[in-house]
Design a binder for this molecule. Structure first.
Ligand code: FAD
Ligand code: NAG
Ligand code: NAG
Ligand code: NAG
Ligand code: NAG
Ligand code: NAG
Ligand code: NAG
Length: 669
């Protein structure tokens, strides 16, 4: 999302925050949706002593897993740090609410920010994340965009080098099927399709799945000019989007339920649509503070036997027993944090935070990647959604109008960004910089993390530059009197990390995406801004004068300086902080999503993609969660009944003493 839109989000968020700050008082606050829909939501006093599966995080992926795992005879508990969101149901359910009455910046948002970014002139960047049932799927902008076939197959290849199982799980065919399984696609209304010049291919979507995928109930005239204006600057129209090819311009569907023009998100799609299930419990306002482990006689990894949680820093901690598995679905910020607080992570980070190390796992929180986006805005005399909304007419208050949301996108490769010669020169520069980049960019001195950085770098430079997109363009018509188009970087070579510096789980996590630490990223985004301006010229008389960054920002140097100073901001797609990579490459999970070193802990959310896709991440995350449910049910771990003492840091210490003793004996011999 570009700066202006962000400002709009924050402005509206803040304007409303007084209405929804503070926790709801009493059960009545939970009754908005009626009893049936909230049957699975429990209070802390209703929690059982033990569950087969404990899911940490009731966000996008967490609620998909809760729904699928509770289809069978399993008991499932979801622990979600945030509130239910019932108090703001209307703001969430109304698609255009994502722009006009966003929950970004309210109590339903973690409100993360990065540490000051040296290559953005010391700026801190906002990282909203949903803290609510549904997680970020309750606040996102609802674009439904899939990654490219090449990207998903490359993911399979990076893990298959060490793990043959991967071959059958994470290829395009499997992920495409899993993403479709989540969906119930409905074609656009004929008038919307005509005015918006929308092309689609129903065979690239699923039908009969839990999540509704469709288009808004109305559209704007200028949407119909999107693909033809792109054609005028050499970007072809993609007539069958979301089927494995991403290059080209298209109007993408949204996660909209066309039967009542509401947002479809993991809660509404996967939980509310169910008849009540007594084997599923969802506990809001429950922050997972740690997973507790014990050792096993024949050591096949630490066994998680309890999960600790608390309502807040000031309330007492409780634990719940685990019969089978713990599934971490806290997202790209939350999941690595839970692992580190539980003693799984980089040695230096844990030592500095004062957390006793249980398993050294240098990749936890590393390989962090994010999309950066920057927008050009023009005045316009066209009618935009903002103008219609301002009119406050009957139409402006109709459900159809309130379903309107941005959906015009395009994805281009380096040929379009640099020209044919420029693209090969750029690619050569990137290949030449490989060794230096690997030596300087990963924010960890552990060699395995560097190996992972190299594997990702090679994949981007050798597989993605030619065939897949490096920049996305998105048009926004939500404001009144302005139209803006963003360019967004898709495959960053910069990588950062999330880490903790305190053993208190209620202390904020530290986010350092290390933006623009690789020169490729600022170069690609700069070229993207130039193509956006060419597109603005192709839209011609539909647009008035450019208002941001404005005519003063012209040369490459000007554009880069503007990007650093204010132009570049997060597109809100952090990924890869618990990467599915070989352990020798700083991986955190194997191809079955199992955390290395643990027998029964998996991570199953957007943190496991080993690299960014040229796509918004929700569709891939739904697919991942669907696939995770199949994998988990195929061979669930069962925690053995054991009298063995729960782990103690002591046993690690005892082990080291044994090693010292053994080393001493060797020395004496
Ligand atoms: C403003 C915004 C706009 C976006 N727009 C789009 C878009 O248009 N299209 C798209 O495809 N993607 C979009 N995204 C991205 C997409 O929504 C996310 O990639 C996706 O939701 C990630 O899913 P997840 O399950 O990994 O994490 P989340 O959905 O963020 O879920 C994580 C959950 O875990 C909970 N949690 C975290 N830590 C703990 C803990 N310790 N204990 C208990 N619970 C915890 C959180 O509260 C949250 O509910 C957007 C994101 C944002 C923030
Ligand atoms: C469900 O599981 C419980 C215990 O795990 C068992 O007692 C019960 O018989 C099972 N029910 C069915 C229908 O399989
Ligand atoms: C799929 O969407 C259609 C509306 O297009 C609706 O009639 C149908 O009930 C939906 N199916 C499911 C399983 O939700
Ligand atoms: C925009 O679309 C309308 C309707 O098809 C068309 O008449 C007009 O020429 C287009 N304008 C531009 C600048 O492409
Ligand atoms: C919209 O319709 C779906 C059924 O298609 C229903 O589950 C959901 O609760 C409805 N949403 C609202 C806000 O009425
Ligand atoms: C770049 O994309 C265009 C379509 O947008 C395509 O025609 C061209 O072949 C692509 N270039 C490469 C090197 O793949
Ligand atoms: C952790 O980092 C934050 C922000 O960088 C800082 O404010 C805080 O003091 C640090 N805490 C500790 C215990 O070092």
């Amino acid at each position: 999302m570009k700066t202006r839109k962000l400002l709009l989000l924050f402005a509206t968020g803040l304007a409303h925050s007084s209405l929804c700050s503070g926790r709801p008082s009493g059960d009545s606050a939970y009754s908005t949706r009626g009893t049936l829909k909230t049957r699975e939501i429990i209070g802390e006093d209703q929690i059982s002593d033990a569950y087969d599966y404990v899911i940490a995080g009731g966000g996008l992926a967490g609620l998909v897993l809760a729904s699928r795992l509770s289809e069978k005879n399993n008991t499932v508990l979801v622990l979600e740090a945030g509130l239910t969101g019932d108090e703001v149901a209307d703001r969430i359910d109304t698609p255009s609410g994502a722009y006009y009455s966003s929950i970004v910046g309210t109590d339903y948002d973690w409100g993360h920010v990065t540490v000051p970014q040296p290559n953005l002139n010391g700026r801190i960047v906002s990282w909203p994340r949903g803290k609510i049932l549904g997680g970020s799927s309750a606040m996102n902008a609802m674009y439904l965009v899939r990654p490219a076939e090449e990207e998903v197959n490359a993911w399979q290849q990076v893990i298959t080098s060490q793990d043959q199982d991967a071959a059958t799980k994470w290829g395009w065919d499997e992920m495409y099927a899993a993403m479709k399984k989540a969906e119930n696609f409905t074609e656009p209304l004929p008038a919307v399709a005509t005015v918006g010049n929308i092309q689609w291919d129903s065979s690239t979507h699923g039908s009969g799945g839990p999540m509704s995928v469709s288009y808004p109930g109305i559209t704007m005239q200028i949407i119909g000019n999107w693909t033809s204006s792109l054609n005028a600057i050499g970007v072809p129209t993609l007539s069958n989007p979301n089927g494995g090819v991403t290059l080209g311009g298209f109007i993408t569907p949204s996660t909209i339920n066309p039967t009542n023009w509401t947002r479809s998100y993991s809660r509404s799609a996967y939980i509310e649509s169910l008849p009540p299930r007594s084997n599923l419990h969802i506990l809001p306002e429950a922050t997972v503070t740690r997973v507790l482990f014990r050792e096993q006689a024949a050591f096949e990894g630490w066994i998680a036997d309890r999960v600790e949680f608390a309502q807040s820093a000031d309330t007492s901690r409780r634990t719940v027993k685990v019969r089978r598995e713990v599934i971490l679905t806290g997202g790209s910020v939350g999941s690595p944090k839970i692992l580190m607080n539980s003693g799984f992570g980089p040695r230096d980070v844990l030592a500095n935070a004062g957390v006793t190390m249980i398993e050294e796992l240098p990749g936890v929180g590393q390989h962090l990647q994010d999309h950066l986006t920057a927008g050009v805005a023009w005045q316009s005399t066209l009618e935009t959604a903002g103008n219609i909304r301002d009119s406050n007419s009957d139409f402006a208050n109709s459900p159809e109008f309130r379903s309107f949301i941005n959906d015009a996108v395009a994805f281009v490769n380096i040929t379009r960004l640099f020209g044919t010669d420029g693209a090969s020169a750029f690619k050569q520069q990137i290949l030449d910089a490989f060794q230096t980049s690997a030596a300087t960019i990963p924010p960890s001195r552990d060699p395995s993390v560097t190996e992972g950085y190299k594997a990702i770098y090679e994949t981007i430079a050798s597989k993605f530059y030619d065939q897949t997109a490096q920049a996305e363009f998105l048009m926004s018509v939500m404001s009144s009197g302005t139209i803006s188009i963003q360019a967004a970087l898709q495959h960053p070579l910069s990588q950062g990390r999330v880490y903790i510096n305190s053993s208190d789980p209620f202390e904020p996590v530290i986010i350092d995406p290390n933006y623009f630490s690789h020169f490729a990223d600022v170069t690609i985004l700069r070229q993207g801004v130039k193509v956006v301006r060419a597109l603005g010229a192709a839209l011609g008389t539909l647009l008035g004068p450019e208002i941001s960054p404005g005519p003063g920002v012209q040369t490459d140097e000007d554009i880069e300086a503007w990007l650093r100073q204010e132009g570049a901001n997060s597109q809100f797609h952090p990924s890869s902080s618990c990467g599915m990579l070989p352990r020798a490459q700083g991986g955190v999970v194997d191809s079955k999503l199992r955390v290395y070193g643990a027998a029964n802990v998996r991570v199953a959310d957007s943190s496991v993609f080993p690299f960014e896709f040229a796509a918004h991440l929700a569709s891939a995350t739904y697919g991942l969660a669907e696939q995770a449910a199949v994998i988990i049910q195929a061979e669930p771990y069962t925690v053995p009944n054991s009298a063995m003492t729960t782990i103690r840091p002591l046993s690690v210490t005892a082990l080291s003493w044994l090693l010292v003793l053994w080393a001493g004996i060797q020395f004496l011999i």
